[in-house]
Design a protein around this ligand. Structure first.
Ligand SMILES: Cc1cc2nc3c(=O)[nH]c(=O)nc-3n(C[C@H](O)[C@H](O)[C@H](O)COP(=O)(O)O)c2cc1C
Length: 198
């Protein structure tokens, strides 16, 4: 059986973003496990215009090329790790816009969260959990929250994740939960497909 595919989604796009550092850190920890194929999915590679379709993608297929490419990528993945900042107490608009262009693609798949910000982007992550439910994803309880102290330490004092050793175990806990749901939900989707084809 092939390994499940997990996308680590970089959810901000500005030139001087911090997002690359937590994404690479999580990718390295995840890859060492060997339990799934982990890959970075960078919203910079999907320059989707602001949502302007006549109706929700539930009713009207998306036609924009970048949005279609994004939806295809989301569809081919079995689970997601959203690496998210907090902009004005919620997720970045570029991520919300990308999510608004989806409907079925992430359905019945697990979503995990890595937040960075003053309070570890906890408010953004909670919003993202709500959005995930509306898109029929299964949000994970275990999250990774990179708070003010490590964030400023890395942004302003040349520190790195190795200086905050207490954070890595939170990634492992999150990945353990994600692995269980990824396998279980994939089995459920596969068996539903088999029944539908019979
Ligand atoms: C428009 C904007 C709004 C922000 N609002 C918040 C906020 O509500 N809470 C917070 O903890 N940090 C906030 N910040 C600071 C971000 O945590 C910090 O800039 C972080 O590096 C942003 O992620 P990025 O570098 O990946 O873009 C905000 C930053 C920007 C650019």
């Amino acid at each position: 059986m092939s390994k499940p595919k997990i996308g680590i989604i970089l959810s901000t796009t500005r030139e001087t973003r911090f997002a690359d550092r937590p994404a690479k850190w999580v990718l390295d920890i995840a890859k060492a496990r060997g339990d799934a194929e982990y890959e970075i999915v960078d919203l910079r590679d999907y320059p989707i215009p602001y949502f302007d379709a006549p109706a929700s993608p539930r009713f009207v297929p998306i036609t924009d090329d970048a949005a279609t490419k994004w939806a295809r990528k989301v569809s081919e993945l079995d689970g997601y790790i959203f690496v998210t900042a907090e902009y004005n107490h919620t997720i970045a608009a570029v991520l919300k816009n990308a999510l608004d262009h989806l409907y079925d693609e992430p359905s019945r798949k697990p979503a995990a969260f890595v937040g960075y910000g003053a309070v570890g982007a906890a408010r953004a992550v909670e919003h993202l959990r709500q959005i995930a439910v509306e898109l029929s994803m299964v949000p994970m309880k275990a999250g990774v929250h990179i708070n003010m102290e490590p964030l400023l330490g890395m942004l302003q004092q040349g520190k790195d994740f190795a200086d905050y050793a207490y954070l890595a175990p939170t990634v492992t806990t999150m990945l353990d939960e994600l692995a269980w749901y990824t396998q279980t939900l994939k089995a459920g989707r596969d068996s539903a497909e088999t029944r539908a084809a019979a």
